[in-house]
Design a protein. Sequence first.
Lengths: 117, 107
Amino acid sequence: EVQILETGGGLVKPGGSLRLSCATSGFNFNDYFMNWVRQAPGKGLEWVAQIRNKNYNYATYYAESLEGRVTISRDDSKSSVYLQVSSLRAEDTAIYYCTRRSYFDYWGQGVMVTVSS
Amino acid sequence: DIQMTQSPASLSASLEEIVTITCQASQDIGNYLSWYQQKPGKSPQLLIHSATSLADGVPSRFSGSRSGTQYSLKINRLQVEDTGIYYCLQHYSAPPTFGGGTKLELK
């Protein structure tokens, strides 16, 4: 069974940083692209970042709205993917989801990030 | 970026009714189109991928179709559990972009 579990959310002051983690199991993690998608309270879905697999040289892609402030990384030995977000702003307040594959076939339950003073 | 225009924004339908939600892509995206259902407080769940392929475990009353750059999600014989918000996603080119969502309620 595919399982995806995000951790690391919480309350952060504006200008602060956060590292989100996504632990996975139930599939061969090495084979898959992984993504982060976020959803602000009461709003729609916004793709944040993607990291491809070894076959694609672990290429990374970022949403323009966040570029320069986010870094996606992965550790295939731990079947995990990470999202480092810096210079956090109030508008970064959202649930952050970890998703699998280019078309997001599996999602984690999400982790809440609140940016507030 | 490719824009996905989803309609309607909200929809109220009766049990057993046929419901159709559409997404219009701003350019050709081939079959790189997926549909998701999201219930309150839950993460989205994949319904359809590759425009017309039903995801594992999804009831057969859900179907997807394509006509050029217009994509449709059809729900045959609407059930109570089908209420929620539906989103389309294009992943033809980066960045992947979602439609604005359709809130489906029971009449």
